[in-house]
Design a protein around this ligand. Sequence first.
Ligand SMILES: Cc1cc2nc3c(=O)[nH]c(=O)nc-3n(C[C@H](O)[C@H](O)[C@H](O)COP(=O)(O)O)c2cc1C
Length: 344
Amino acid sequence: MDARGPLRIGPLAVSPRLLLAPMSGVTDSAFRRIVRRASGSAVGLMFTEFVSVEALTRDDEKSLRMVRRRAEERPVAVQIFGADADRMVRAAALVERSGADVLDVNCGCPVPKVVKRGGGCELMRQPERLYGILTAIRREVSIPVTLKMRAGWDEETRNAAEIAAVAEAAGLAMVTVHGRTRVQLYHGEADWGVIAGIRRRVSIPVAGSGDVATAADALAREREFAPDAVMIGRAALANPWIFRQVEELRAGEAPVRPSLDDRIDMMRTYAAYLDEDYAPAVVAARLRQFAGRVTKGLHGGAPLRAAINEARTEQAILDLLCRFAEASSGEPVAAAAGDGAAWA
Ligand SMILES: Cc1cc2nc3c(=O)[nH]c(=O)nc-3n(C[C@H](O)[C@H](O)[C@H](O)COP(=O)(O)O)c2cc1C
């Protein structure tokens, strides 16, 4: 149990203070359900992948699906990205109507296609425009609005504290900072030291993101940098149990080590969830990706992954996993994958 009690995001109480990061192409409803299944109530809030306001306000079916969620996933923050104030506001209203618990505005995406159009991290370079967009969104919706950003655009413009002040002035309820600049993309290390500078400027909660690879990492970041919440991204891709592991470690217990059977069972469940939402080709592609991550670090995992890469259907992938499980029964499962160390 976290002695600090729940994180308050406006009227929403989030407990524990552990967040699943928004990840494009990954944190869809099926994946969030998997995280809930693996980590139970140890994940406090889950973010959707970012959703284009352009597509959303054109009733694009794929984007509308990205906004939907099942009851077991809640609370869920829906993240939007874009640049046009009018479309941002209309998309925000649509997200609220869909029943989202939180609306998150993306100010951190480094992808050229997004920043060239004025969205994502480009918004950090235009604080006045950002303020206009955020206040317009706040006027439109009554659910809490949050923002996710980077440390800055580049080394010369590390302005996350200024952007946090803009967010607070516009009435936002929390900011999350991924401690890399736009120019760094995913290179180098995330700098959690930026949190202290942001704290000096604002009194809304500040969550930290970047490079939490294991449960021990999450607790170390809490101790060292005192963020209001820790967000976990890539480590959860290979290890959806990680949130549970953090809470177990916090309680002084040995963190759960998912067995091979647990992993295979999770992949089957993921396949079933995907089937509910996607066409067979998409299911096979997403399952291939997930199976590739979850089997990293397993004894005999490399040939299995090679075979999975060649498999074209969901059934073929599940058959391979099933045969692998039978052949390896009784073999120890390597620690690496269960600890999320594949990303370290
Ligand atoms: C595949 C992938 C997709 C991502 N998509 C998004 C996104 O849609 N929105 C966002 O704000 N951040 C996105 N991120 C950034 C993550 O939310 C997170 O801030 C970053 O990966 C650092 O945290 P980590 O080291 O725990 O993964 C993405 C990251 C990855 C690896």
